[in-house]
Design a protein around this ligand. Structure first.
Ligand code: CA
Length: 389
């Protein structure tokens, strides 16, 4: 069997409401879906992290740089292909867009492998530890509104996410350290004392400001403090970890085993958040998983994007060994974006219906059992939202 084509589908639509996080406001939702065709007629699907114009640039890397390297090759040789592609890209970018592009291609090769062998990806990974996973819902995005409006909205949204059945919730911060503490207090007030909440800064603080916010989060009993400082600021991460009791999470902006090595070996994070659609795909994710386990760092995958990205993560979460083991081990959670996302809700021919599953199944979602990722995109949706070349 041979690979015959590697295609990028870059999709976009205008959101009903502008959303924001600490780095920018955005009006469009986009997705970058990868399709690998073979001479057998089987097709593999993957997804690359990287929104907006980044996706358009990554399309060129996928179709003009990676495709010529792997067309004509056996799709089951995914480890060989990963290393060949990485070796040639390494001189031109060991992080960022080349690796995001490789990630989507690699995920599509895993989907294909599952279809060729008629097995779900979790089976290729060694089997599943669980049939379903708990889900946490994030929302509480920043908007162009004043602090009192933010506070009122965050309080209501947090309570609504709890009432929708999610196991925990996550908020954005980024208005400035003092205002952010008020936002976190509003969320705690909205959900009550016992419901877990997490705080995502998207690396907007100096370590000093992060410490100020982190002390308030200690008092509010936050479940984790995510990306408090710049991903390059390993010393900032280490200092915060030593000084705060709230667990420090991060890693979504890190790439490959070689990037992750520094975060893990220097004890920068209590919780590692690898992004499979960015760090190098499933092939590389497995190396990062092993590295995290060597150092006993629990993993909660970073999940963002369309239903393809969610499905890839469901396969990984099914196959993730408990760390540490026990009769009642802590379980990996699925990260779920509760904001408007047509590519999550309408892309698949059989939707995952995560909102409904969460409400009906005590905050849990079932792992798809079909071959590969276990899902198929609806081609009419791919065509309807495609950005033309
Ligand atoms: Ca994040």
């Amino acid at each position: 069997m041979k690979i015959t084509q590697v295609r990028s589908h870059v999709l976009r639509y205008e959101l009903p409401r502008e959303l924001g996080y600490s780095q920018q406001y955005y009006k469009h939702r986009s997705a970058h879906i990868i399709e690998i065709s073979t001479d057998s007629g089987l097709t593999g699907w993957g997804e690359c992290f990287g929104p907006g114009n980044v996706a358009i640039a990554n399309r060129t890397i996928v179709e003009q740089v990676i495709q010529p390297m792997i067309v004509g090759r056996n799709p089951l040789d995914r480890e060989v292909l990963w290393h060949e592609v990485y070796n040639l890209l390494r001189d031109h970018g060991q992080k960022g867009m080349p690796i995001q592009s490789l990630s989507g291609v690699d995920i599509a090769l895993w989907d294909l492998a599952g279809k060729i062998l008629n097995q779900p990806v979790y089976q290729l990974l060694g089997g599943k530890f669980r049939d379903s996973v708990p889900v946490y819902g994030y929302g509480m995005m920043l908007c162009r509104e004043d602090l009192p409006s933010h506070i009122a909205r965050f309080k209501d949204e947090a309570a609504a996410i709890r009432d929708a059945g999610f196991m925990a919730t996550k908020m954005k911060v980024g208005l400035g350290a003092k205002d952010d503490v008020k936002l976190a207090a509003a969320v705690r007030e909205g959900i009550g004392d016992d419901f877990p909440f997490m705080v995502d800064a998207n690396h907007c603080y100096t370590s000093n400001d992060a410490y100020y916010v982190g002390r308030a989060l200690d008092e509010l009993n936050a479940a984790w403090f995510e990306e408090p400082v710049a991903p390059e600021d390993l010393n900032g991460y280490k200092e915060l970890r030593q000084r705060l009791t709230t667990p420090i999470a991060g890693g979504e902006a890190e790439f490959t085993r070689w990037g992750w090595r520094h975060l893990i070996e220097q004890h920068c994070v209590d919780i590692a958040q690898p992004e499979v659609c960015a760090l190098g795909g499933i092939t590389e994710y497995l190396k990062v998983l092993a590295l995290a386990h060597i150092h006993f760092v629990p993993i909660v995958n970073h999940v963002w994007g369309s239903a393809i990205a969610i499905s890839a993560n469901l396969q990984l979460l099914a196959a993730m060994p408990p760390l540490p083991g026990g009769l009642f081990p802590s379980e990996p959670m699925l990260e779920f974006d509760t904001t408007h996302n047509t590519f999550r809700d309408e892309l698949l021919s059989k939707p995952l219906n995560i909102h409904k599953q969460v409400a009906a199944n005590g905050g849990r979602v079932t792992i798809p059992d079909g071959p590969g990722l276990g899902v198929e995109p609806d081609r009419s949706v791919l065509e309807r939202f495609a950005i033309s070349k």
